[in-house]
Design a protein around this ligand. Structure first.
Ligand code: SUD
Ligand code: ADP
Length: 309
């Protein structure tokens, strides 16, 4: 197919935190079924695509040094998936500007894949429907469909089957980042090890959490945050327990390890207490970096003015 090349396209895409992450038993295919509540927060990567003689992917920003620059980069995989679907041999240069911590449990790689799908679709005006983009996203990884959607959503299966959650208002978060990342497979394996022979029920969403989101009740949300991978992440990186305790002792209403970690997410009563907590955590040396971000926010979308990001 002939494609029409246009000016570069930039897409903004959010990080996620799992407000709830319930992990089922290990299955025969080596994966776990899960029930999760994804929540998109205003910590964004930007992915730009432009016409080029050769395929390339270049990453700048936080953790750029450990992001692959070959076909294993999820943004590259997404772009080449669209190229294959429309049957073009045109090539693209992909620039990824990262604010989402790499290997931080905030699905930065998946976010870049979602952003690349949206950017390449717009760049080549390929006209895929939202459903077709969602199907391609699910092919690329279980967290990729949510990065396309954003907002707050229940994820089932491995997280790729999404149902939006009714949620009122905005929530203020502080994220404590640790630069030594945790590997997702290692955390799942540690979860299995800690569970031993215990019988694990099929995971399902917690209705109290849904009610808290529907009501915009930050205290109820804080007391219903739940992550079945948290003990495993803390077992592999014991300093996460200290980070969580420090945040809870200094005004956070709730604390949770984000996904497979090692980022720790703190839920705060309002913007002022989030800023106070940021200052305290920054001075405390329990983590490498502290950022604040509200949620929920939109999923991957084209930005027309990239100067004010
Ligand atoms: C934990 C979560 C929570 O949203 O995200 P992160 O916090 O890492 O971003 C996800 O389940 C991350 O899912 P995904 O991004 O698909 O994981 P992958 O890197 O593909 O999986 C790496 C390995 O982790 C284990 N794995 C992953 C997902 C799953 N549902 N069960 C598993 O057992 C498997 O051993 C798999 O080979
Ligand atoms: N565009 C990308 N950005 C970040 N990591 C990527 C990307 N593409 C591939 N990866 C690989 O995926 C791994 C997991 O990264 P990431 O998605 O940031 O973390 P997590 O799975 O903890 O949410 C990284 O260690 C990196 O090797």
């Amino acid at each position: 197919m002939e494609v029409t090349s246009t000016a570069p396209v930039t897409v903004r895409v959010p990080a996620k935190v799992n407000l709830e992450l319930r992990i089922g038993p290990l299955e025969d295919d080596g994966y776990h079924s899960l029930s999760t509540v994804f929540h998109a927060v205003e910590l964004h990567d930007h992915v730009t695509v432009r016409a080029a003689d050769e395929w390339s992917v270049t990453t700048t920003g936080v953790g750029a040094g450990i992001v692959p620059d070959d076909d294993t980069n999820l943004a590259m995989r997404a772009a080449k998936l669209i190229a294959a679907r429309i049957g073009t041999d045109e090539r693209l240069a992909i620039d990824v500007d990262k604010k989402i911590p790499v290997a931080g449990g905030m699905a930065g790689g998946s976010a870049d894949a979602a952003a690349a799908l949206v950017a390449v679709d717009a760049f080549w005006d390929s006209g895929f429907s939202p459903r077709e983009l969602q199907d391609m996203a699910a092919e690329l990884g279980s967290d990729v469909p949510f990065a396309l959607e954003g907002g707050t959503a229940i994820g089932s299966g491995r997280g790729e089957h999404l149902v939006p959650v009714l949620s009122r208002g905005a929530f203020e978060w502080v994220f404590a980042l640790h630069h030594d990342g945790l590997s997702t497979p290692a955390v799942y394996a540690e979860c299995d090890r800690l569970r031993g022979n215990r019988r694990i029920p099929e995971p399902k969403p917690n209705t109290a959490l849904m009610a808290a989101l529907r009501a915009g009740d930050v205290d109820a949300l804080a007391s219903n945050l739940q992550n079945d991978l948290q003990d495993a992440a803390c077992s592999l990186m014991p300093k996460l327990t200290t980070t969580m305790t420090t945040g809870l002792d200094n005004g956070a209403l709730g604390a949770i390890v984000s996904g497979s970690g090692p980022t720790v997410a703190f839920l705060c009563a309002d913007r002022t207490s989030a800023l106070d907590l940021m200052v305290t955590l920054s001075a405390s040396n329990v983590c490498d970096e502290v950022v604040s971000a509200a949620g929920p926010v939109h999923g991957a979308h084209v930005v027309h003015d990239v100067r004010h990001r």
